[in-house]
Design a protein around this ligand. Structure first.
Ligand code: FRU
Length: 480
């Protein structure tokens, strides 16, 4: 939603209780609230931040502007979880209340050091002429959730980057802390800077250099770069804004992509022997995905189900955005798989054989099997006429199409109303489909290809129809 700058940057303290109550009441009117995904209580949620393990629990923060469905003065809201499925929101942890983050506590990462959580994030600072000074800054969070911000700027805008310099990710490689930061150069191309903690002191960083990851620079900015190690292989996840479509076919306003590498040369610095750039998600919205390696070596990711510069049907209810399920990464036959963590099955409240339904709660999981060389069309959120979210699975030609043109309230149609991907032709396929009122996450072949999307059904769109072909499997009611 387009709101004037004065509204979006109005100091938090100036919002009255009446105004806040009105916003809360408006959110409550929405027919589309999710039941087992994280959504903002009010206002806008965007990037996942500070995904980490600390104090015996997983920590997950998110970017938020709490006063409406717009990108305003950002803060970090904190959630924690033991099973990566059930989250408890504890409240706001980083307010834009310091001279180093005066115009927003922007995205970043976190890592447990000693008995504290080190938070590494971007302070968005603007001067009276609205000129931006992006500052990479830090804070400690203790076990009681108390925050202590550093006064010192950890990394300043380098001479070869524009004001678009943000989203530090701290990671450990062989016992040494590094950080990567997304950037734009003066030719308006995206790039990534690599830094190193001097003597592993996270309050003291030096530049190693521009990270060579075989990038063409066809994008104008790289947001939210993340490096994780999956079965020992470095995987770079990033959001290249404005990427040339000749380089990668994508329909969303901005893609979220990755490359798998064989090695990480920390001296050069370079990620070595990489795959081409690959779309992380084939759905209508997955962005700013954040990953980290757990203490036991797993690579976990979570995505923002939303996109920058897009208006959503929920905007009229003063909120926007959701977090995806937590997905675990693995590599099989050189391919990256993303699949919800094991504990997701704990949401299954009842199980039955898959069949058509006229009325569901729109909170369920389907586990489906498609025979080789068949064509099936399935409609989720189907009304009496069979209009809804159409999923066509053609295992003969190896093609999947997700079409939301008849699923409820339309939006972002300038970017098309269907999405597709390929599967191996002539093979059987499986799909695990997680439906949550206005969110759909579809995992083909246990995470080989993923579609993450919003859909805003009408009140009548509660059914499941098979309009052609044949499919078997299970239906699980999900309860949070
Ligand atoms: C990505 C992003 C980040 C930035 C944050 C601000 O969606 O633009 O680059 O830190 O959102 O909320």
């Amino acid at each position: 939603m387009n709101l004037p700058t004065e509204v979006r940057y109005r100091p938090y303290a100036d919002w009255t209780d009446e105004e806040k109550t009105k916003i809360r009441e408006n959110v409550a009117k929405s027919p589309w609230r999710a039941s087992y995904h994280i959504e903002p209580e009010t206002g806008l949620l965007n990037d996942p931040n500070g995904f980490s393990y600390f104090n015996g629990k997983f920590q997950l923060f998110y970017q938020s502007w709490p006063f409406g469905a717009a990108h305003g003065l950002k803060q970090w809201v904190h959630t924690e979880t033991e099973d990566l499925v059930h989250f408890t929101e504890t409240g706001v942890k980083l307010l834009p209340d310091h001279e180093n983050d005066s115009h927003g506590a922007y995205s970043g990462s976190a890592y447990q050091i000693g008995d504290k959580l080190f938070i590494f994030y971007t302070g968005n600072v603007r001067d009276e002429n609205w000129v931006r000074d992006p500052r990479q800054i830090g804070a400690w969070m203790d076990k009681d959730g108390k925050i202590e911000k550093f006064d010192k700027v950890l990394i300043k805008q380098p001479a070869d980057a524009t004001e678009h310099f943000r989203d530090p990710q701290i990671f450990d490689c062989k016992g040494q802390f590094y950080a990567i930061v997304g950037a734009q150069n003066h030719d308006k191309q995206g790039f990534i800077k690599l830094y190193k903690a001097v003597d592993n002191d996270v309050e003291n960083w030096v530049e190693v250099g521009d990270l060579d990851f075989g990038d063409t620079g066809s994008e104008y900015m790289i947001e939210c770069p993340n490096l994780v190690f999956v079965d020992g292989k470095p995987v770079l996840l990033y959001s290249p804004q404005g990427l040339d479509k000749a380089e990668l076919d994508y329909d969303n306003i901005y893609p979220n992509t990755y490359k798998i590498f064989q090695d990480f040369d920390t001296e050069k610095p370079a990620l070595v022997d990489g795959t081409p750039i690959i779309n992380l998600d084939y759905g209508f919205e997955a962005y700013a995905t954040q990953g980290f390696n757990t203490p036991d070596g797993r690579a976990l990711i979570v995505s923002w189900i939303g996109l920058p510069d897009v208006d959503y049907p929920t905007d009229k209810y003063d909120y926007q955005g959701a977090m995806s399920l937590v997905k675990e990464l693995s590599i099989k036959d050189g391919k990256l798989y993303q699949y919800p963590v094991e504990a997701i099955t704990s949401l299954r409240a009842s199980q039955e054989d898959f069949s058509e339904k006229t009325a569901t709660t729109n909170t369920y999981e389907l586990e489906l099997n498609f025979e080789a060389n068949t064509q099936t069309e399935l409609v989720l959120f189907a009304d009496q006429e069979g209009n809804g979210l159409s999923l066509t699975v053609d295992t003969e030609n190896g093609k999947v199409i997700l079409d939301r043109s008849k699923a409820g309230e339309q939006y972002a149609t300038d970017f098309g109303t269907s999405r597709e991907c390929t599967l191996e032709a002539g093979q059987t396929a499986t799909a695990n489909i997680f439906v949550d009122n206005s969110i759909v996450e579809i995992f083909f072949n246990k995470g080989e290809k993923v579609f993450t999307s919003r859909v805003f059904p009408s009140a009548e769109q509660t059914g499941i129809k098979v309009t052609s072909g044949n499919v078997s499997g299970h239906y699980f009611d999900l309860k949070y």
